[in-house]
Design a protein around this ligand. Structure first.
Ligand SMILES: Cc1cc2nc3c(=O)[nH]c(=O)nc-3n(C[C@H](O)[C@H](O)[C@H](O)COP(=O)(O)O)c2cc1C
Length: 184
C-alpha cells in the first residue's frame, strides 16, 4: 500500500478521534459560558497541568482572560446532543448550559460552575497562555477534581462502561466503537 500526500492543513484531522470536553467559564460580571473543545491534552502530572487550544475570539477565551479560571467537564454519550448545542453561536453573555438544558452546580475551588450531567469536572486556574498560530494554548493547573461514582476501574477510566465522547470532526463523533452524527 502506498502513501498519498494530503495538505498539511489537514494533519489535525488524522489525529482523531479526540477526547471532547465542555469548558465552563464566567466573565467579570459573573455571566456563565460553556463550549465544547477537542484540542486538549494533559501536559504534566506534577504539578497537574492540562491544556487546550482555543481560537482567541471565543467567549471561553475572553472569559478566561478576565477571570483566570475554567472547569473541564467530561461528557458521556448520553449528552452528545446537548454538547452540540453548547457549541452553537450564541451572543456574548448567553449561558449555553441553560440553552442546552443542562444543569449547573457550584464548583469547589473556582467560580465557574460544573455541569451535573457530565461524568467528571476538573477545576483549573490558568498556568500560562501562549499563542500558537490561529489558536492560543491555555494550560491550566488542576485545583480540584470531582468524578461520578464508579467511573473508574482499577484506577483507570472504565471505558467499557462510561463511553467518552470522541470528536472525529464537524458533526461526527465516535462513542464506543460506533460512529455517531449529531442532528443539525
Ligand atoms: C466537538 C467540538 C469540538 C471543538 N473543539 C474546539 C477546539 O478545540 N478549539 C476551539 O477553539 N474551538 C473548538 N470548537 C468550536 C467551539 O466550541 C465553538 O466555536 C463555540 O461556539 C465557542 O463558544 P464560545 O464563544 O462560547 O466560547 C469545537 C466545537 C465542537 C462542536
Amino acid at each position: 500500500m502506498v502513501f498519498t500526500e494530503i495538505s498539511v492543513e489537514n494533519a489535525y484531522k488524522i489525529l482523531a478521534p479526540r477526547p471532547t470536553i465542555i469548558i465552563s467559564t464566567v466573565n467579570k460580571k459573573g455571566e456563565i459560558n460553556a463550549a465544547p473543545f477537542s484540542f486538549t491534552m494533559p501536559v504534566s502530572m506534577n504539578p497537574p497541568l492540562i491544556s487546550f487550544a482555543s481560537v482567541p475570539t471565543h467567549d471561553t477565551y475572553r472569559n478566561i482572560m478576565e477571570t483566570d479560571e475554567f472547569v473541564i467537564n467530561i461528557p458521556g454519550e448520553d449528552i452528545l446532543e446537548q454538547l452540540w448545542i453548547t457549541g452553537g453561536k450564541f451572543p456574548y453573555g448567553v449561558n449555553e448550559i441553560e440553552k442546552a438544558n443542562l444543569t449547573q452546580i457550584d464548583s469547589i475551588k473556582v467560580t465557574p460552575p460544573k455541569i451535573e450531567e457530565c461524568m467528571a469536572a476538573i477545576e483549573c486556574r490558568v498556568h500560562w497562555v501562549k499563542k500558537a498560530g490561529d489558536h492560543d494554548i491555555i494550560v491550566g493547573e488542576v485545583l480540584h477534581v470531582d468524578i461520578k461514582e464508579n467511573i473508574l476501574k482499577d484506577g483507570l477510566l472504565d471505558v467499557e462502561k462510561v463511553k467518552p465522547v470522541l470528536h472525529v470532526g464537524g458533526m461526527n463523533f465516535v462513542v464506543g466503537d460506533h460512529l455517531k452524527k449529531v442532528e443539525e
